[in-house]
Design a protein around this ligand. Structure first.
Ligand code: HEM
Length: 520
C-alpha cells in the first residue's frame, strides 16, 4: 500500500476516533468500507464480502474496518462522482457504502434508478440527509422537506407555478423577452471575448424572479448581480472538498473553522434578500389579485392561520423561495453555459443548429415553444448537452419511507439512497459511446427526435424536478435566440477547449471560459 494512502488513512482514523470518543459511538465511525448487503431480517444488515477477504458468517454486528491493503479504497471527497461507478463494476448496480458514519445505499444504471424512482415511487420519495444543507435549512423549504410538510409545499408550489404561467403562453413571452435582453447584452461585446456567466445567469434569474418576486432586474442592477454571484459561489462551495468532508463528518466539521462555513454567509445574503421581499409584499398585498409566488403563499398563510399544524408559515415561505430561486437560476444557467462551450468545441454541430433555426424560425421573428417540434436536431442537441454535462450526477439524495424490499435486499426505513443519475445518463446500454458528445443519441435514422428513457437529467418519480417544464422552455428559447443572432467562436483552438467541470462532486459546474459572439 502506498505511503500516501496510509497517511490519509491515519488522518481519517484519528479524526474519526476523536469524534467517536465524544459521541460515544464506535471507534470505527467514519471509516469507509464497501459492503454488499443482502436481506436477513428487516433491520439487520449482513456483509457478503468474498469469504477470502471478508467473513460473511457470522455477520459482524456493525461494519468493521476493511484494510486498504485488501484493495479497497476510502470514499474520499474527490472520488464522490467516479467512485460509485467504479464500485458498480465490482458490486453491481446496488450496493452500500459508509459516507463517514452514515450508511447510504447507491443505485447505479438506468434500470436500478428507474425501478426505485418510478416502480417504487412512493417508498423512495423521502428526502435523504445532506448535512451541509440540513445544518442551514433544518428540513424547511420544498427541496429538503419530508412527510406532510413536503406534500403540502410540493402541491402548493406546483399549483402556484402553473397558475403564475408555467406551461402557459404568458410565461413563454416572459422568457422570450429575457432571451432578447440577453441577445442585446451580448451584442454590446462587439465580438470581443467575454465570460458569459453573468449575463446568462441574469437572464434566467430574471425568469424565476418574475415568478417568485413578480419583478425583473436590470442587467446593471448591483443588488441582483451580487445575488447571482452569491448563488454561483454557493454552488462552488457546495462542491468543495471541505464541504464534502462536512457531508461525511458533520459532527466534527461543524466545530472546525474553515471554508465550509462560508456557505452560511452566502445563504444569509439570499435569506435576507428574500425576507425583505416578503416584508415588502406583506405591506402591499391585495388578496384579490396575487402578483407572485410570495403573495400566493401569504394568502394561504392567512387562510390557514387557525390551523396549528399548518406548514404555511414564514419559515417555509422564505426557504421555499430561496430553493426555487437557487434551483431556478444556477441549474439552467450552468446547462446553457455548458451548451455554449460544447458548440464552440464542435462547430459542425453549431452549423447544423444554425441551419435548422434559419429554416424553421428565420431571422425576422423570435423563436417560440411551438417551434420545438419542428426542430428535431436542436431539440436533440439540447438533450445531449444535458446528458453530457450531467449537472447533478448524484441527483439529490432520497430516503426510503418504510422498510423496503428492493432487488432482494431490505432497506430499513429511513435509509438514505443515492440514485446516481449520471450513471443512467452515461449508461452504455442506452447511449452509444456515452463519454462522447453526440446529438445522434436523440435522433432516429430519419433525423427525427428520438426519446430515450434513460434521459433522467430532471430525475423521475414523485420528487422529479419541480421546475422541469420551465427549465425545458428556458433552455430551448434562450439557446435558439442566442444562436439565431450569433455564431459562437472560441478565442482558443476548439481542440484545446477543456470540458472538465470546474467543480465536481454533487454538481458539475462548467469551467470558466470566454466566448466571442459574432453577429450573423
Ligand atoms: C436544467 C435545469 C434543471 C435541472 C437539470 C434540474 C434537476 C433537478 C433534479 C435532478 C432534481 C432532484 C429530483 C430528485 O430529488 O430526484 C431537482 C429537484 C428540484 N428542482 Fe430542479 N432542475 C432544473 C431546473 C429547475 C428550475 C428552473 C426550478 C425552479 C422552478 C427547479 C426547482 C426544483 C425543486 C423545487 C426541486 C425539488 C423537488 C422536490 O424535492 O420535490 N429546478 N431538479
Amino acid at each position: 500500500m502506498e505511503l500516501k494512502g496510509q497517511i490519509r488513512w491515519c488522518v481519517l482514523t484519528a479524526l474519526t476516533r476523536s469524534g467517536a470518543a465524544r459521541s460515544g459511538q464506535s471507534c470505527y465511525l467514519g471509516m469507509v468500507c464497501i459492503l454488499r448487503e443482502i436481506q436477513s431480517s428487516p433491520r439487520e444488515w449482513v456483509s457478503v464480502f468474498p469469504s477470502a477477504s471478508w467473513p460473511s458468517v457470522p455477520p459482524p454486528a456493525r461494519p468493521a474496518h476493511m484494510p486498504l491493503s485488501s484493495g479497497q479504497r476510502l470514499f474520499f471527497p474527490s472520488d464522490l462522482q467516479s467512485f460509485p461507478l467504479q464500485l458498480r463494476e465490482k458490486y453491481g448496480p446496488v450496493f452500500s457504502v459508509l459516507l463517514g458514519p452514515r450508511r447510504v445505499v447507491v443505485l447505479c444504471g438506468h434500470e436500478a434508478v428507474k425501478e426505485a424512482l418510478v416502480d417504487h415511487a412512493e417508498k423512495f420519495s423521502g428526502r435523504g440527509g445532506m448535512p451541509t444543507l440540513d445544518r442551514i435549512f433544518q428540513g424547511y423549504g420544498v427541496i429538503l422537506a419530508n412527510g406532510e410538510r413536503w406534500k403540502q409545499l410540493r402541491q402548493f408550489s406546483v399549483a402556484t407555478l402553473r397558475s403564475l404561467g408555467m406551461g402557459k403562453r404568458s410565461l413563454q413571452e416572459r422568457i422570450a423577452e429575457e432571451a432578447l435582453c440577453l441577445v442585446e447584452e451580448i451584442r454590446k461585446t462587439n465580438g470581443s471575448p467575454f465570460d458569459p456567466s453573468r449575463p446568462v445567469s441574469h437572464a434566467v434569474g430574471n425568469v424565476i424572479s418574475s415568478i417568485v418576486f413578480g419583478d425583473r432586474f436590470d442587467h446593471q442592477d448591483q443588488t441582483f448581480l451580487t445575488l447571482l454571484d452569491v448563488i454561483q459561489n454557493l454552488f462552488l462551495e457546495l462542491t468543495s472538498p471541505w464541504t464534502q468532508f462536512y457531508e461525511m463528518f458533520p459532527g466534527i466539521m461543524r466545530f472546525l473553522p474553515g471554508p465550509h462555513n462560508r456557505i452560511l454567509q452566502h445563504v444569509k445574503v439570499l435569506h435576507n434578500f428574500v425576507t425583505e421581499r416578503v416584508q415588502r409584499n406583506q405591506k402591499t398585498l391585495d388578496p384579490g389579485s396575487p402578483r407572485d409566488y410570495i403573495d400566493t403563499f401569504l394568502i394561504k398563510m392567512e387562510e390557514e392561520k387557525q390551523n396549528p399544524q399548518s406548514e404555511f408559515h414564514t419559515k417555509n415561505l422564505t426557504l421555499s423561495v430561496v430553493h426555487l430561486f437557487f434551483g431556478g437560476t444556477e441549474m439552467v444557467s450552468a446547462t446553457l453555459r455548458y451548451g455554449f462551450l460544447l458548440l464552440m468545441k464542435y462547430p459542425e454541430v453549431q452549423e447544423k443548429v444554425h441551419q435548422e433555426i434559419d429554416g424553421v424560425v428565420g431571422r425576422n421573428r423570435s423563436p417560440a415553444a411551438e417551434d420545438r417540434s419542428r426542430m428535431p436536431y436542436t431539440h436533440a442537441v439540447i438533450h445531449e448537452i444535458q446528458r453530457f454535462s450531467n449537472i447533478l450526477p448524484l441527483g439529490i439524495p432520497h430516503a426510503v419511507l418504510r422498510d423496503t424490499q428492493f432487488r432482494g435486499y431490505i432497506l430499513p426505513k429511513g435509509t438514505d439512497v443515492f440514485c446516481v443519475l449520471g450513471s443512467a445518463l452515461r449508461d452504455p446500454r442506452h447511449f452509444r459511446d456515452p463519454e462522447r458528445f453526440n446529438p445522434g443519441n436523440f435522433l432516429d435514422e430519419n433525423g427525427g427526435f428520438k426519446k430515450n428513457h434513460a434521459f433522467v437529467a430532471f430525475s423521475s418519480g414523485k420528487r422529479v424536478c419541480l421546475g422541469e417544464g420551465l427549465a425545458r422552455m428556458e433552455l430551448f428559447l434562450v439557446f435558439t435566440s442566442v444562436l439565431q443572432h450569433f455564431t459562437l467562436q472560441s478565442p482558443i483552438d476548439p481542440q484545446d477547449i477543456d470540458l472538465t467541470p470546474k467543480a465536481s462532486g454533487f454538481w458539475n459546474i462548467p469551467p470558466k471560459y470566454r466566448v466571442c459572439a459574432l453577429p450573423r
